[in-house]
Design a protein around this ligand. Structure first.
Ligand code: NDP
Length: 386
């Protein structure tokens, strides 16, 4: 999207593991192992240069969480900004040591192809722009990190994956919770059998959406967001159910609701509840809302105990409690910066020739399931997933 509305914020809203199995490396044979070995040596050497990242879209999440996280990165550095607000971008370039010559606009985005300081493009734009800028980044010869939800529909996701393959570059979807230590600990304790067989996951992600906030204005416009609370934060509940069970759901049932006549919910749903059936007898009961107090939690219930993460997916301050014999005990989990871990993971995958833990296919799976959730709510019946 390169029209003038991109550069005019006032008009924008109107225009529009280690625990999940890593995918098999695509290289094979002797050439591949030589390549991997030399990449490994290079990546492990203290003199290995950090990869250069271009951040596309300097909004709330990018400026408040992602830019500061780079100081904690071992393999990644800020190299360029792409923004429709040149003054803001130049100010941030000064603050983060990015060369002013490496500040691009959306209309000059394709010049990144000539910028050899940039290895990876991080797409942090409204959801409707993810597909276009991911594909343009691949055409510019860069690797891509793309924010969640990956895109508006399966066709866009497939086109993004195909563009990455055609370019021979990595695509990762920014599912930070899969790099967050408390979530990692929860996955590990489930895989280690501490709770016995897990039968139920209950996950809720809710907040109040506020159209006075620029970051919330496009979220209530279907053309830019692709949906309401489900695609924005219900996706965390969906992700938790999938990474805790470690398998794919076979069936979904869902209902949506919005407060009648609330102007925020003319185009997108306020609340969603959905249940997921898993192949080995597990069920997940998930929810999301844009009309309540903040909730970011899930509970995992097994034969021998349960684990509570509350909050589960905050930027910081997450808490894990594990209950056996009904007594919940806090579990000490060393904290790390989840954004730095996620960003460095993609750099490491590029340096070592590995597939990211959350590749484009992972984003496509969620988009497909969320489309089935909407279909179930619309049709008033359970929908089977292929
Ligand atoms: P913001 O609205 O704050 O940021 C989006 C930025 O995109 C804008 O600031 C603007 O930056 C740029 N932009 C370009 N064109 C437009 C347009 N037409 N309308 C609006 N903005 C435009 O949103 P967020 O930062 O909250 O979200 C951005 C993405 O990050 C979303 O996909 C969201 O789902 C994801 N996200 C992920 C989170 C996570 O935990 N993983 C948390 C929050 C968001 P500029 O002025 O520089 O051009």
């Amino acid at each position: 999207m390169t029209d003038s509305s991109d550069r005019d914020p006032s008009r924008r809203v109107f225009v529009q593991g280690t625990l999940l199995a890593a995918a098999a490396a695509t290289l094979s044979g002797a050439a591949c192992s030589r390549k991997r070995e030399s990449a490994k040596v290079a990546a492990e050497s203290p003199s290995t240069p950090k990869l250069g990242w271009a951040i596309v879209g300097l909004g709330k999440f990018a400026t408040e969480q992602l830019l500061p996280a780079f100081q904690h990165c071992q393999r990644s550095r800020l190299a360029a900004f792409v923004s429709g607000s040149p003054d803001k971008a130049k100010r941030l370039a000064g603050r983060y040591g990015v060369d002013e010559k490496a500040v691009y606009g959306y209309e000059t985005f394709d010049k990144l192809a000539q910028d050899r300081s940039v290895d990876v493009v991080y797409v942090v734009l409204p959801n409707s722009m993810h597909a276009e800028y991911t594909q343009r980044a691949f055409r510019a010869g860069k690797h891509v990190m793309c924010e969640k939800p990956m895109a508006l529909n399966e066709a866009e996701c497939s086109a993004m994956i195909a563009a990455g393959k055609a370019a021979g570059k990595r695509l990762m979807i920014a599912y930070r919770a899969q790099f967050e230590p408390h979530n990692r600990a929860a996955i590990e304790l489930v895989r280690a059998g501490e709770l016995g067989r897990v039968k139920l996951v209950i996950a809720d992600h809710c907040r109040t959406i506020d159209p006075k906030e620029p970051a919330d204005q496009w979220r209530i416009r279907r053309a830019m967001s692709g949906g309401g609370s489900l695609v924005d934060i219900g996706i965390y509940s969906l992700q938790a159910a999938r990474y805790i069970f470690g398998e794919e759901p076979t069936e979904v049932s869902a209902q949506l609701a919005s407060t009648p006549n609330d102007p925020r919910f003319m185009e997108v749903e306020e609340s969603a509840v959905f249940s997921l059936r898993f192949p080995n007898g597990g069920l997940a009961n998930c929810s999301s809302s844009y009309g309540t107090t903040n909730v970011k939690r899930y509970r995992v219930i097994g034969e021998k105990g349960y684990a509570d993460l509350d909050p589960a997916t905050s930027y910081e301050g997450n808490v894990l409690r594990v209950a056996k014999d009904g007594k919940p005990e806090p579990r000490e989990v060393p904290t790390t910066n989840q954004f730095a871990a996620e960003i460095d993971h993609l750099s490491e995958c590029i340096q070592l020739g590995k597939e990211p833990r959350t590749p484009g296919e992972e984003g496509l799976r969620d988009v497909r399931i969320m489309q089935a959730i909407y279909a179930s709510a619309r049709e008033g019946k359970a929908v089977k997933l292929a």
